[in-house]
Design a protein around this ligand. Structure first.
Ligand code: PEP
Ligand code: MG
Length: 584
């Protein structure tokens, strides 16, 4: 097979070498997990029983057909019964379960996808249309399977020594789908579309799995089971590599692993610059389960808990809005897991590329639409429920509330009003909470960075969301790979807005953090330190590398050089000077 290389956008660092697993949008909607040897036959039986149930259902349908029903209806049921009995449907997925250890849903969808591809090649239009019947039959079986999952999916890569090392190749993956891959059997992700700071990319990064997006034709060019190398640092994907190339990447992989191991030694070292300035290093998390990983990487708190991931639809299930009690349990779990360290919960940031439900994703221009705090203020009951849950959890450790996407003073006032209302309700119910809980604002809309007095007057702390700040300042959709080359954290306008925010916080005596992806980029650590940033929040996997930069940084040298950079409006000079800061 001919080797070829694709270039796209690097998303998550490291190198992965594995077999391609192509996922169609339909396949993304079902659960994927590997079934251990001893449960294989039970999984086979589960699928057989689902076939039998659909079969019974179709027969019942046939029997109940009213006399006057058109004959096509009977014929249509007959076709479905025939399809269901065809060994390509009723036998092949069972073999997939046995040979590849896939769960029943995954095995069925894999087989249907293979069949669908064959049907696409057929010239005869009538036969080609039968593809739809096959898909409808598969949907019936999947529906039955959904209700019969035997146990929780095993969250492990190694199933009885069976380690498939699969790399997902898909046209697109939603953030919620990406989250589904947590603890599953995939070692890398490649998608045709997507931007570097899309939420899908952010979740891949938080899973600490090499990924590359914006690969344009990858899902068309790469074939099932092709060998694939992902270079997550360069955004390069090599399909069917030669032995020589494979060997080179294996060596690089080993070197990277060794470097990571060396960094582990810094876990307990306090993050202090050479001149003795302490720096706060917090973690960004999506779910409370991320807390142990954050602690393992030496996080001294959580600077951003993206609470919307508790709300987003997963794997074909309809979306579920967690109740106050459910949310309370999750927030409490996070704060208890962090063992006394502060946890900053960002209130629901739904909308844009994180719709509550993919099916309801209809906004004309979602990034400018009813997103985050706008959504919450339009749904006050939902917001109040979340605030009550956060406040209740604040009785169990140090919690902070962070409000996303604020731009208007009345949004700040309304948010604070809602928090006051939630407190009053809890007080009246004699429920304990931290009455002094701090409330902060995300600075991620240029209007906010240009109207900082409005914020510092009302808020206890600020956190700069550089991902959106860049998107909105440069008018670039962070999800759109076609404009990804224009997404520039070093654009002078972006740097000015960040600097103004840090300065406003310093003058007002309130904490300012950066929790966007810039905080975890080691190439920018010294620049941010030089700008006066003292609090960074990032993916746990980046914490130790950033700490290493901090330990080698001298603020007395960095500050004057950074001021010079901030006076420049020449992108080339800025890029060069930032690079030179690395050796300052
Ligand atoms: C940001 O915008 O930088 C941020 C941290 O929030 P999110 O990436 O979730 O929009
Ligand atoms: Mg944001």
């Amino acid at each position: 097979m001919a080797s070829f290389t694709l270039h796209g956008i690097p998303v998550s660092r490291g190198i992965s070498i594995g077999r391609a697993h192509l996922l169609t949008p339909a396949a993304l909607d079902v659960k994927h997990y590997l079934v251990p040897e001893e449960r294989l036959e039970a999984e086979v039986v589960r699928l057989q029983q689902a076939f039998a149930e659909v079969h019974r259902g179709l027969q019942a349908l046939w029997k109940d057909l009213p006399r006057e029903a058109p004959t096509e209806l009977g014929a249509f049921i007959d076709v479905h019964v025939l399809i269901l009995s065809d060994p390509m449907i009723s036998e092949a997925p069972l073999d997939i379960i046995r040979s590849r250890h896939y769960n029943a849903e995954w095995a069925l969808v894999t087989q249907i996808d293979e069949l669908s591809a064959q049907f696409d090649e057929i010239e005869d239009a009538y036969l080609r249309e039968r593809k739809q019947d096959i898909q409808q039959v598969a949907e019936r079986v999947l529906k039955v399977l959904m209700g019969t999952e035997l146990t929780a999916p095993p969250g492990t890569v190694d199933v009885d020594g069976f380690q498939p090392q699969m790399i997902v190749v898909a046209h697109d993956i939603s953030p919620a789908d990406m989250l589904q891959f947590r603890d599953r059997s995939f070692i890398g992700f490649v998608t045709d579309v997507g931007g570097q700071n899309s939420h899908t990319a952010i979740v891949a990064r938080s899973l600490d799995i090499p990924a590359a997006v914006g690969m344009s034709q990858a899902s068309r060019l790469i074939e099932q089971d092709d060998w694939v190398i992902i270079d997550g640092d360069a955004g390069v994907v090599i399909a069917n590599p030669s032995q020589l190339v494979l060997e080179q990447y294996r060596q690089r992989q080993v070197m990277l692993q060794k470097a990571r191991k060396r960094l582990q030694k810094l876990k307990k070292t306090p993050a202090v610059t050479l001149d003795g300035t302490p720096i706060v290093l917090h973690a960004n998390i999506e779910l409370p389960d991320d807390c142990p990983g954050a602690l393992d990487n030496g996080a001294t708190g959580v600077g951003l808990f993206r609470s919307e991931f508790l709300f987003m639809a997963r794997g074909g299930q309809s979306h579920h809005i967690p109740s106050e009690d459910e949310q309370f349990e999750q927030y409490k779990r996070a704060v208890v897991s962090m063992k006394g360290r502060p946890v900053t919960i960002r209130t629901l940031d739904i909308g844009a590329d994180k719709p509550l439900d993919q099916a309801e994703h209809t906004a004309l221009n979602p990034a400018l639409g009813l997103r985050a705090i706008r959504y919450c203020l339009a749904e006050p009951q939902l917001f109040l429920t979340q605030l009550r849950a956060i406040l209740r959890a604040s009785a169990f450790g140090k919690l902070r509330i962070l409000i996303p996407m604020l731009s208007h003073a009345f949004e700040i006032d309304q948010s604070l009003g809602m928090i006051a209302q939630a407190k009053a309700e809890l007080r009246a119910e004699s429920v304990k909470f931290d009455a002094t809980i701090e409330v902060g604002a995300m600075i991620e809309i240029p209007a906010a960075a240009l109207a900082l007095p409005m914020f510092v007057k009302r808020m206890d702390f600020l956190s700069i969301g550089t991902n959106d700040l860049i998107q909105y300042t440069l008018a670039i959709d962070r999800v759109d790979y076609e404009v990804a080359h224009l997404y520039d954290p070093l654009h002078p306008a972006v740097l000015q807005l960040i600097w103004m925010t840090i300065e406003a916080g310093r003058k007002a005596g309130i904490d300012v953090a950066v929790c966007g992806e810039m905080a975890g980029d080691v190439k920018l650590t010294r620049l941010l330190l030089g700008m006066g940033l003292r609090e960074f929040s990032m993916h746990p996997a980046q914490l130790l590398a950033v700490k290493q930069e901090i330990l080698n940084a001298n603020l007395t040298v960095l500050a004057p050089r950074t001021r010079k950079i901030l006076r420049s409006m020449e992108p080339h000079d800025i890029a060069l000077a930032v690079e030179q800061l690395q050796s300052a």
